[in-house]
Design a protein around this ligand. Sequence first.
Ligand SMILES: *[C@@H]1O[C@H](CO)[C@@H](O)[C@H](O)[C@H]1NC(C)=O
Ligand SMILES: *[C@@H]1O[C@H](CO)[C@@H](O)[C@H](O)[C@H]1NC(C)=O
Length: 410
Amino acid sequence: MATREGTLQIAKKKVPLIPLLSILCFISIFFLLSQFKSTSTSHHSLPTFQIEKHEYHRGSCDYSDGTWIHDPSRTPRYDNTCKEIFKGWNCLSAHKSNAPHLSTWRWQPRLCDLPQFDPAEFLRTHTHTNIGFVGDSLNRNMFVSLFCSLKSVSDGQIKKWRPAGADRGFTFLAYNLTIAYHRTNLLARFGSWSATDKRGALETLGFREGYRVDVDVPDTTWAQALSFHNILIFNTGHWWWAPSKFDPVKSPMLFFNKGQPVIPPLRPDQGLDMVLKHMIPYMEEKARLGALKFFRTQSPRHFEGGDWDQGGSCQRDRPLSIEQVEELFSEKNNGTNVETRLVNKHLYKALKGSSFIILDITHLSEFRADAHPASAGGKKHDDCMHWCLPGITDTWNDLFIELLKSKYQG
Ligand SMILES: *[C@@H]1O[C@H](CO)[C@@H](O)[C@H](O)[C@H]1NC(C)=O
Ligand SMILES: *[C@@H]1O[C@H](CO)[C@@H](O)[C@H](O)[C@H]1NC(C)=O
Protein backbone atom coordinates (compact mmCIF):
# COMPACT_ATOMS: atom_id res chain seq x y z
CA MET A 1 0.00 0.00 0.00
CA ALA A 2 2.67 2.38 1.14
CA THR A 3 4.58 2.44 -2.08
CA ARG A 4 1.57 2.54 -4.30
CA GLU A 5 0.41 5.78 -2.69
CA GLY A 6 3.93 7.13 -2.76
CA THR A 7 4.12 6.50 -6.48
CA LEU A 8 0.80 8.17 -7.10
CA GLN A 9 1.82 11.26 -5.18
CA ILE A 10 5.05 11.62 -7.10
CA ALA A 11 3.17 11.21 -10.34
CA LYS A 12 0.63 13.88 -9.38
CA LYS A 13 3.33 16.37 -8.42
CA LYS A 14 4.85 16.14 -11.88
CA VAL A 15 1.57 16.71 -13.67
CA PRO A 16 1.58 20.52 -13.87
CA LEU A 17 5.22 20.63 -15.01
CA ILE A 18 5.35 19.03 -18.43
CA PRO A 19 2.18 18.21 -20.37
CA LEU A 20 3.65 15.20 -22.14
CA LEU A 21 4.87 13.75 -18.89
CA SER A 22 1.49 14.30 -17.32
CA ILE A 23 -0.24 12.31 -20.03
CA LEU A 24 2.22 9.49 -19.52
CA CYS A 25 1.68 9.66 -15.78
CA PHE A 26 -2.07 9.46 -16.09
CA ILE A 27 -1.82 6.55 -18.45
CA SER A 28 0.42 4.72 -16.01
CA ILE A 29 -1.84 5.55 -13.08
CA PHE A 30 -4.83 4.13 -14.90
CA PHE A 31 -2.77 1.13 -15.89
CA LEU A 32 -1.70 0.59 -12.29
CA LEU A 33 -5.19 1.09 -10.91
CA SER A 34 -6.64 -1.38 -13.34
CA GLN A 35 -3.96 -3.88 -12.38
CA PHE A 36 -4.67 -3.41 -8.69
CA LYS A 37 -8.36 -3.82 -9.24
CA SER A 38 -7.75 -7.12 -10.91
CA THR A 39 -5.45 -8.13 -8.04
CA SER A 40 -8.30 -7.95 -5.59
CA THR A 41 -10.65 -9.95 -7.73
CA SER A 42 -8.34 -12.49 -9.32
CA HIS A 43 -5.40 -14.09 -7.59
CA HIS A 44 -4.43 -16.22 -10.52
CA SER A 45 -3.19 -13.96 -13.30
CA LEU A 46 0.59 -13.85 -13.39
CA PRO A 47 1.08 -10.35 -14.84
CA THR A 48 -0.74 -8.94 -11.82
CA PHE A 49 1.88 -10.40 -9.53
CA GLN A 50 4.60 -8.72 -11.56
CA ILE A 51 3.03 -5.37 -10.82
CA GLU A 52 2.47 -6.28 -7.20
CA LYS A 53 6.08 -7.34 -6.84
CA HIS A 54 7.28 -4.04 -8.15
CA GLU A 55 4.87 -1.95 -6.16
CA TYR A 56 4.98 -3.70 -2.82
CA HIS A 57 8.69 -4.56 -2.78
CA ARG A 58 7.75 -8.15 -2.22
CA GLY A 59 8.47 -11.40 -3.96
CA SER A 60 6.05 -12.87 -6.40
CA CYS A 61 3.28 -13.40 -3.86
CA ASP A 62 2.09 -12.70 -0.34
CA TYR A 63 4.45 -14.89 1.65
CA SER A 64 2.66 -14.15 4.91
CA ASP A 65 -0.47 -15.97 3.75
CA GLY A 66 0.01 -19.71 4.13
CA THR A 67 0.19 -22.76 6.37
CA TRP A 68 2.80 -24.98 8.00
CA ILE A 69 3.06 -28.42 6.40
CA HIS A 70 4.65 -31.37 8.15
CA ASP A 71 7.49 -32.76 6.05
CA PRO A 72 9.61 -35.33 7.94
CA SER A 73 12.18 -35.45 5.12
CA ARG A 74 13.18 -31.84 5.75
CA THR A 75 16.44 -31.18 7.57
CA PRO A 76 17.97 -28.00 8.96
CA ARG A 77 21.05 -26.43 7.35
CA TYR A 78 23.20 -26.71 10.50
CA ASP A 79 23.09 -28.40 13.88
CA ASN A 80 23.73 -27.72 17.57
CA THR A 81 27.51 -27.71 17.10
CA CYS A 82 27.48 -24.21 15.58
CA LYS A 83 29.30 -22.31 18.33
CA GLU A 84 27.59 -19.01 17.66
CA ILE A 85 24.25 -20.35 18.95
CA PHE A 86 23.57 -18.68 22.28
CA LYS A 87 23.24 -21.37 24.96
CA GLY A 88 19.67 -20.49 25.84
CA TRP A 89 18.60 -20.96 22.21
CA ASN A 90 20.35 -24.28 21.64
CA CYS A 91 17.30 -26.47 22.18
CA LEU A 92 18.94 -29.61 20.76
CA SER A 93 21.76 -29.44 23.29
CA ALA A 94 19.32 -28.57 26.05
CA HIS A 95 17.25 -31.64 25.10
CA LYS A 96 14.00 -29.81 24.54
CA SER A 97 11.79 -32.75 23.61
CA ASN A 98 10.45 -31.41 20.29
CA ALA A 99 13.71 -29.71 19.20
CA PRO A 100 14.61 -32.39 16.61
CA HIS A 101 11.22 -31.89 14.93
CA LEU A 102 11.12 -28.09 14.67
CA SER A 103 12.61 -28.00 11.19
CA THR A 104 10.38 -30.77 9.87
CA TRP A 105 7.70 -28.14 9.35
CA ARG A 106 7.71 -26.19 6.11
CA TRP A 107 5.99 -22.87 5.53
CA GLN A 108 3.77 -23.14 2.48
CA PRO A 109 2.53 -19.78 1.17
CA ARG A 110 -0.88 -20.10 -0.44
CA LEU A 111 0.07 -18.79 -3.88
CA CYS A 112 3.73 -19.77 -4.28
CA ASP A 113 6.59 -21.69 -2.67
CA LEU A 114 9.19 -20.53 -0.20
CA PRO A 115 12.24 -22.72 -0.87
CA GLN A 116 15.05 -23.26 1.64
CA PHE A 117 17.83 -20.98 0.52
CA ASP A 118 21.07 -22.57 -0.67
CA PRO A 119 23.93 -21.26 1.51
CA ALA A 120 26.64 -22.31 -0.98
CA GLU A 121 24.95 -20.39 -3.76
CA PHE A 122 24.45 -17.45 -1.41
CA LEU A 123 28.19 -17.31 -0.66
CA ARG A 124 29.01 -17.47 -4.37
CA THR A 125 26.58 -14.71 -5.28
CA HIS A 126 27.31 -12.36 -2.36
CA THR A 127 31.02 -11.79 -2.58
CA HIS A 128 32.30 -8.34 -1.53
CA THR A 129 29.10 -7.72 0.40
CA ASN A 130 28.42 -6.45 3.91
CA ILE A 131 25.17 -7.42 5.59
CA GLY A 132 24.11 -5.81 8.87
CA PHE A 133 21.40 -6.88 11.28
CA VAL A 134 20.43 -3.88 13.42
CA GLY A 135 18.06 -4.40 16.31
CA ASP A 136 17.29 -6.36 19.44
CA SER A 137 18.05 -9.95 20.44
CA LEU A 138 15.44 -11.27 18.02
CA ASN A 139 17.48 -9.84 15.18
CA ARG A 140 20.53 -11.47 16.72
CA ASN A 141 18.62 -14.75 16.65
CA MET A 142 18.11 -14.29 12.90
CA PHE A 143 21.75 -13.23 12.42
CA VAL A 144 22.98 -16.40 14.17
CA SER A 145 20.75 -18.51 11.93
CA LEU A 146 22.30 -16.94 8.83
CA PHE A 147 25.82 -17.30 10.21
CA CYS A 148 25.38 -20.99 11.06
CA SER A 149 23.82 -21.69 7.66
CA LEU A 150 26.74 -20.09 5.81
CA LYS A 151 29.39 -21.56 8.09
CA SER A 152 28.07 -25.07 7.48
CA VAL A 153 29.13 -24.88 3.81
CA SER A 154 31.89 -22.27 3.66
CA ASP A 155 35.43 -23.10 2.69
CA GLY A 156 38.27 -21.24 4.21
CA GLN A 157 38.76 -18.95 7.11
CA ILE A 158 36.22 -16.89 8.97
CA LYS A 159 37.45 -13.76 10.68
CA LYS A 160 35.59 -12.77 13.84
CA TRP A 161 35.54 -9.02 14.49
CA ARG A 162 33.32 -6.04 15.25
CA PRO A 163 32.83 -4.00 12.09
CA ALA A 164 31.42 -0.45 12.32
CA GLY A 165 30.45 -0.60 15.99
CA ALA A 166 28.86 -4.05 15.75
CA ASP A 167 28.30 -6.28 18.77
CA ARG A 168 29.70 -9.18 16.71
CA GLY A 169 30.53 -9.89 13.11
CA PHE A 170 32.21 -12.36 10.79
CA THR A 171 33.95 -12.15 7.45
CA PHE A 172 33.98 -15.22 5.24
CA LEU A 173 37.42 -14.39 3.89
CA ALA A 174 37.30 -16.53 0.76
CA TYR A 175 34.21 -14.58 -0.35
CA ASN A 176 34.84 -11.21 1.29
CA LEU A 177 31.33 -11.47 2.70
CA THR A 178 30.79 -9.84 6.09
CA ILE A 179 27.74 -10.29 8.26
CA ALA A 180 27.34 -8.37 11.53
CA TYR A 181 24.91 -7.82 14.36
CA HIS A 182 24.46 -4.30 15.74
CA ARG A 183 22.71 -4.38 19.06
CA THR A 184 20.13 -1.65 19.72
CA ASN A 185 16.96 -1.96 21.73
CA LEU A 186 15.10 1.21 20.77
CA LEU A 187 17.11 2.33 17.69
CA ALA A 188 17.35 5.70 19.43
CA ARG A 189 19.98 6.33 22.12
CA PHE A 190 18.87 5.95 25.71
CA GLY A 191 20.39 6.05 29.16
CA SER A 192 19.35 6.41 32.78
CA TRP A 193 18.05 9.78 33.88
CA SER A 194 17.55 11.26 37.34
CA ALA A 195 16.28 14.58 38.54
CA THR A 196 18.93 17.29 38.83
CA ASP A 197 17.26 20.63 38.36
CA LYS A 198 14.35 21.38 40.69
CA ARG A 199 12.85 23.73 38.16
CA GLY A 200 13.35 21.39 35.18
CA ALA A 201 10.26 20.58 33.14
CA LEU A 202 10.23 16.88 34.07
CA GLU A 203 11.11 17.53 37.72
CA THR A 204 8.23 20.00 38.00
CA LEU A 205 5.91 17.23 36.84
CA GLY A 206 7.19 14.98 39.63
CA PHE A 207 9.64 12.75 37.75
CA ARG A 208 12.64 11.57 39.78
CA GLU A 209 14.10 8.57 37.93
CA GLY A 210 13.75 7.10 34.49
CA TYR A 211 15.36 6.57 31.11
CA ARG A 212 16.14 9.42 28.80
CA VAL A 213 15.40 8.45 25.20
CA ASP A 214 16.70 10.87 22.55
CA VAL A 215 14.25 10.38 19.71
CA ASP A 216 16.50 12.10 17.18
CA VAL A 217 19.82 10.44 18.07
CA PRO A 218 20.69 6.96 16.75
CA ASP A 219 22.35 4.51 19.11
CA THR A 220 26.15 4.62 18.66
CA THR A 221 26.10 0.85 18.03
CA TRP A 222 24.67 1.31 14.55
CA ALA A 223 25.23 4.94 13.54
CA GLN A 224 28.24 3.79 11.45
CA ALA A 225 26.47 0.70 10.11
CA LEU A 226 24.73 2.70 7.40
CA SER A 227 27.92 3.71 5.65
CA PHE A 228 29.36 0.20 5.96
CA HIS A 229 26.71 -2.32 4.90
CA ASN A 230 25.24 -3.00 1.46
CA ILE A 231 22.25 -4.81 2.91
CA LEU A 232 20.59 -3.93 6.22
CA ILE A 233 17.86 -5.61 8.25
CA PHE A 234 16.36 -3.47 11.02
CA ASN A 235 13.94 -4.22 13.80
CA THR A 236 12.63 -2.74 17.01
CA GLY A 237 9.60 -3.63 19.10
CA HIS A 238 10.11 -5.80 22.15
CA TRP A 239 11.63 -3.14 24.37
CA TRP A 240 8.74 -0.75 23.88
CA TRP A 241 6.45 -3.13 25.70
CA ALA A 242 8.91 -4.35 28.33
CA PRO A 243 7.92 -3.04 31.72
CA SER A 244 10.70 -5.05 33.39
CA LYS A 245 13.15 -2.32 32.44
CA PHE A 246 10.96 0.64 31.59
CA ASP A 247 8.58 0.57 34.55
CA PRO A 248 5.94 3.20 33.79
CA VAL A 249 6.10 4.46 37.40
CA LYS A 250 9.55 3.66 38.81
CA SER A 251 11.65 4.05 35.67
CA PRO A 252 9.59 5.47 32.80
CA MET A 253 10.87 6.31 29.34
CA LEU A 254 11.33 10.08 29.16
CA PHE A 255 11.57 11.36 25.62
CA PHE A 256 13.90 14.15 24.53
CA ASN A 257 13.98 15.89 21.18
CA LYS A 258 16.79 18.25 20.19
CA GLY A 259 18.14 17.82 23.70
CA GLN A 260 14.95 19.06 25.41
CA PRO A 261 12.33 16.97 27.22
CA VAL A 262 9.14 16.46 25.23
CA ILE A 263 6.31 18.04 27.20
CA PRO A 264 3.73 16.77 27.91
CA PRO A 265 5.55 13.44 28.35
CA LEU A 266 4.69 10.73 25.83
CA ARG A 267 3.52 7.19 26.39
CA PRO A 268 5.94 4.54 25.05
CA ASP A 269 3.75 3.86 22.00
CA GLN A 270 3.80 7.57 21.14
CA GLY A 271 7.54 7.60 21.74
CA LEU A 272 7.95 4.70 19.33
CA ASP A 273 6.17 6.72 16.64
CA MET A 274 8.44 9.68 17.28
CA VAL A 275 11.61 7.57 17.21
CA LEU A 276 10.57 5.92 13.93
CA LYS A 277 9.69 9.32 12.49
CA HIS A 278 13.26 10.44 13.07
CA MET A 279 15.19 7.23 12.52
CA ILE A 280 13.64 6.11 9.21
CA PRO A 281 14.58 9.29 7.32
CA TYR A 282 18.01 9.09 8.95
CA MET A 283 18.47 5.55 7.62
CA GLU A 284 17.27 6.61 4.17
CA GLU A 285 19.64 9.54 4.07
CA LYS A 286 22.77 7.87 5.42
CA ALA A 287 22.59 4.47 3.77
CA ARG A 288 25.10 3.71 1.03
CA LEU A 289 24.09 4.36 -2.51
CA GLY A 290 22.18 1.34 -3.77
CA ALA A 291 21.94 -0.26 -0.34
CA LEU A 292 18.96 -2.55 0.21
CA LYS A 293 17.17 -1.83 3.47
CA PHE A 294 14.77 -4.27 5.07
CA PHE A 295 12.57 -3.63 8.07
CA ARG A 296 11.52 -6.78 9.86
CA THR A 297 8.07 -6.90 11.42
CA GLN A 298 7.46 -7.89 15.03
CA SER A 299 8.34 -11.37 16.23
CA PRO A 300 5.45 -12.85 18.23
CA ARG A 301 5.77 -14.10 21.80
CA HIS A 302 3.70 -17.07 22.97
CA PHE A 303 3.15 -16.78 26.70
CA GLU A 304 0.11 -18.70 27.85
CA GLY A 305 -1.31 -18.73 31.36
CA GLY A 306 0.33 -15.42 32.27
CA ASP A 307 3.10 -13.12 31.08
CA TRP A 308 6.80 -14.01 31.33
CA ASP A 309 6.99 -12.86 34.96
CA GLN A 310 3.65 -14.41 35.96
CA GLY A 311 4.51 -18.04 35.30
CA GLY A 312 3.49 -17.93 31.64
CA SER A 313 4.75 -20.81 29.51
CA CYS A 314 4.74 -22.23 25.98
CA GLN A 315 4.43 -26.00 26.08
CA ARG A 316 3.01 -26.72 22.64
CA ASP A 317 4.70 -29.42 20.61
CA ARG A 318 3.28 -28.56 17.21
CA PRO A 319 2.24 -25.39 15.36
CA LEU A 320 -1.03 -23.75 16.39
CA SER A 321 -4.18 -23.87 14.29
CA ILE A 322 -5.40 -20.66 12.69
CA GLU A 323 -8.17 -20.46 15.32
CA GLN A 324 -5.62 -20.71 18.12
CA VAL A 325 -3.53 -18.02 16.45
CA GLU A 326 -6.44 -15.62 16.34
CA GLU A 327 -7.38 -16.45 19.93
CA LEU A 328 -3.85 -15.59 21.06
CA PHE A 329 -3.10 -12.55 18.88
CA SER A 330 -6.28 -10.75 17.91
CA GLU A 331 -6.32 -7.23 19.29
CA LYS A 332 -9.94 -7.71 20.27
CA ASN A 333 -8.98 -10.40 22.80
CA ASN A 334 -6.27 -8.14 24.28
CA GLY A 335 -4.31 -11.18 25.45
CA THR A 336 -0.82 -11.48 26.93
CA ASN A 337 0.91 -11.23 23.55
CA VAL A 338 -1.28 -8.53 22.04
CA GLU A 339 1.70 -6.23 21.41
CA THR A 340 2.74 -8.28 18.35
CA ARG A 341 0.19 -6.81 15.96
CA LEU A 342 0.12 -3.44 17.72
CA VAL A 343 3.84 -2.92 17.11
CA ASN A 344 3.32 -3.77 13.45
CA LYS A 345 0.69 -1.04 13.10
CA HIS A 346 3.26 1.49 14.27
CA LEU A 347 5.90 0.09 11.93
CA TYR A 348 3.65 0.04 8.87
CA LYS A 349 2.52 3.60 9.54
CA ALA A 350 6.09 4.83 9.85
CA LEU A 351 7.40 2.91 6.81
CA LYS A 352 4.66 4.11 4.50
CA GLY A 353 6.20 5.81 1.49
CA SER A 354 9.75 4.81 2.44
CA SER A 355 12.13 2.76 0.33
CA PHE A 356 12.27 -0.06 2.92
CA ILE A 357 11.44 -3.61 1.96
CA ILE A 358 9.16 -5.03 4.62
CA LEU A 359 10.22 -8.44 5.87
CA ASP A 360 6.89 -9.65 7.17
CA ILE A 361 7.60 -12.64 9.38
CA THR A 362 4.86 -12.01 11.94
CA HIS A 363 1.94 -14.12 10.82
CA LEU A 364 3.96 -17.17 9.80
CA SER A 365 5.70 -17.04 13.18
CA GLU A 366 2.45 -16.63 15.10
CA PHE A 367 1.70 -20.30 14.46
CA ARG A 368 4.96 -21.51 16.01
CA ALA A 369 4.23 -21.62 19.74
CA ASP A 370 6.21 -24.87 19.68
CA ALA A 371 9.45 -23.28 18.52
CA HIS A 372 10.59 -21.25 21.55
CA PRO A 373 13.16 -22.54 24.05
CA ALA A 374 10.49 -22.54 26.83
CA SER A 375 11.96 -24.14 29.98
CA ALA A 376 15.02 -25.33 28.01
CA GLY A 377 16.12 -21.68 27.87
CA GLY A 378 17.80 -22.10 31.24
CA LYS A 379 16.19 -19.06 32.83
CA LYS A 380 14.05 -18.82 35.95
CA HIS A 381 11.05 -18.26 33.71
CA ASP A 382 10.11 -19.87 30.39
CA ASP A 383 11.55 -18.20 27.29
CA CYS A 384 8.59 -17.90 24.95
CA MET A 385 10.06 -14.94 23.09
CA HIS A 386 13.33 -16.04 21.47
CA TRP A 387 13.48 -19.01 19.11
CA CYS A 388 15.29 -22.33 19.18
CA LEU A 389 18.13 -22.68 16.68
CA PRO A 390 17.92 -24.40 14.29
CA GLY A 391 14.35 -23.22 14.00
CA ILE A 392 12.02 -20.56 12.80
CA THR A 393 14.53 -17.81 12.06
CA ASP A 394 15.90 -20.16 9.40
CA THR A 395 12.58 -19.58 7.62
CA TRP A 396 12.92 -15.82 8.15
CA ASN A 397 16.23 -16.04 6.31
CA ASP A 398 14.63 -18.09 3.53
CA LEU A 399 12.15 -15.26 3.10
CA PHE A 400 14.81 -12.55 3.37
CA ILE A 401 16.89 -14.21 0.66
CA GLU A 402 13.87 -14.89 -1.55
CA LEU A 403 13.00 -11.18 -1.39
CA LEU A 404 16.62 -10.27 -2.10
CA LYS A 405 16.55 -12.42 -5.24
CA SER A 406 13.34 -10.80 -6.40
CA LYS A 407 15.01 -7.38 -5.98
CA TYR A 408 17.91 -8.39 -8.21
CA GLN A 409 15.53 -9.72 -10.84
CA GLY A 410 13.07 -6.85 -10.70
C1 LIG B 1 35.59 -6.48 0.26
O1 LIG B 1 34.28 -5.95 0.14
C2 LIG B 1 34.14 -4.62 0.53
C3 LIG B 1 32.67 -4.27 0.54
O2 LIG B 1 32.12 -4.31 -0.72
C4 LIG B 1 34.99 -3.72 -0.36
O3 LIG B 1 34.89 -2.40 0.06
C5 LIG B 1 36.44 -4.18 -0.30
O4 LIG B 1 37.20 -3.43 -1.20
C6 LIG B 1 36.55 -5.67 -0.62
N1 LIG B 1 37.92 -6.12 -0.38
C7 LIG B 1 38.59 -6.83 -1.27
C8 LIG B 1 39.97 -7.25 -0.86
O5 LIG B 1 38.15 -7.14 -2.36
C1 LIG C 1 -5.74 -4.89 27.89
O1 LIG C 1 -5.30 -5.65 29.00
C2 LIG C 1 -4.47 -4.96 29.88
C3 LIG C 1 -3.91 -5.91 30.94
O2 LIG C 1 -4.60 -7.10 31.01
C4 LIG C 1 -5.26 -3.79 30.50
O3 LIG C 1 -4.44 -3.08 31.41
C5 LIG C 1 -5.72 -2.89 29.37
O4 LIG C 1 -6.51 -1.84 29.90
C6 LIG C 1 -6.51 -3.66 28.33
N1 LIG C 1 -6.75 -2.79 27.20
C7 LIG C 1 -7.91 -2.74 26.56
C8 LIG C 1 -7.97 -1.80 25.39
O5 LIG C 1 -8.88 -3.38 26.89
